[in-house]
Design a protein around this ligand. Sequence first.
Ligand SMILES: [Mn+2]
Length: 289
Amino acid sequence: MKYGIYYAYWERQWGGDYIKYVKKAAALGFDILEISCAQLADMKEEDIQTFAQAAKDSGLILTGGYGPKASENISSSDPAVVSHAMDFWERTFAVLQKLNITLVGGGIYSYWPVDYSAPFNKAADLDRSVKNMRLLARKAASYGITLGMEALNRFEGYLINTAEECIAYVKAVDEPNIKVMLDTFHMNIEEDSLSDAIRSAGSYLGHFHIGEPNRRPPRKQSRMDWPAIGRALNDIHYMGAVVMEPFVLQGGQVGEDIKVWRDISRGASEQDLDEEARTSVRFIREVFA
Ligand SMILES: [Mn+2]
C-alpha cells in the first residue's frame, strides 16, 4: 500500500499552491499527494509542466479527487448538463495525464454536495449514471485513468451510500477502470461493519480514504479500529492508495462545503498541522503493515 494526504487539510479554498504541498507531503513521510480536479482544466501549460516536474523531483505520486458541481452531473436528466460534464472531464483528463495522474476518486457518478431541496428520482438517476459512466469510463481509459466511485454518507449523496451499493454500481457499469472507493468517514455512518465492507469489495476496491469520524487525521487513541481496518485491507491483498483526507480548519469554501462549523484544529499552526500529519502517517503505516 502507498500512503497519501489530501492537500485541502491545509487549505480553506479548493485549489491552491500544489507545488508547496508536493514538497510538504514528501517531507512529512507521504508517498502520495491527492489534489482536487477543480480548475485543473484551466491550468496553464507551463504550470502543468512545473507541477509535474516538482512531483517527480519529490518522488511523489499524485492522485486526484473531485466532487462534481451540479453542472457536471453525469446522472442529470438534462442532456445539456451531461454533455457539459463529459466536456469537463475530457479537458480535465488531458491535464491529469500530463500530471501522470492515473486515479481520480469521488462522487463522480453524481454531484456534490447534493441539494436535497430539489426533487430527485434515485432509480432513474442511478440508471442514467450507470449508462453515462460507461461512456466516461472509455474516455478515461484512453487517458490511462481509473475512476474511483466513492460511497458517500446519506447527507452528501443518495446514489451510493454503502460498499454494497458501490459494488453493485461498479458491476453494472462493468468497465475495468471503474472501481469501488471507500472512505472510513462515510463508512462510520453507513456500514454495519467497516471490515466486512472492505472484505466484500475485494478486488473491486480501487481507492481508499481514511480519517477519524470527525475527519481528524487517524490517530492511535481512536474510536476507529485501525488495526481491524488494516487487517481487512491486507486480507483482500489491497495494493492501492490509502489517502488520509483530514478537514480540521473552519472557514472558506472548503470549511463551508465540508460543514466545519468550529475550529476542530483548536488553533493549530501550520507547523502543528504538519506534525499531526507526520505522526498520523507513521502510525497508519505501522498499523496497516
Ligand atoms: Mn473521501
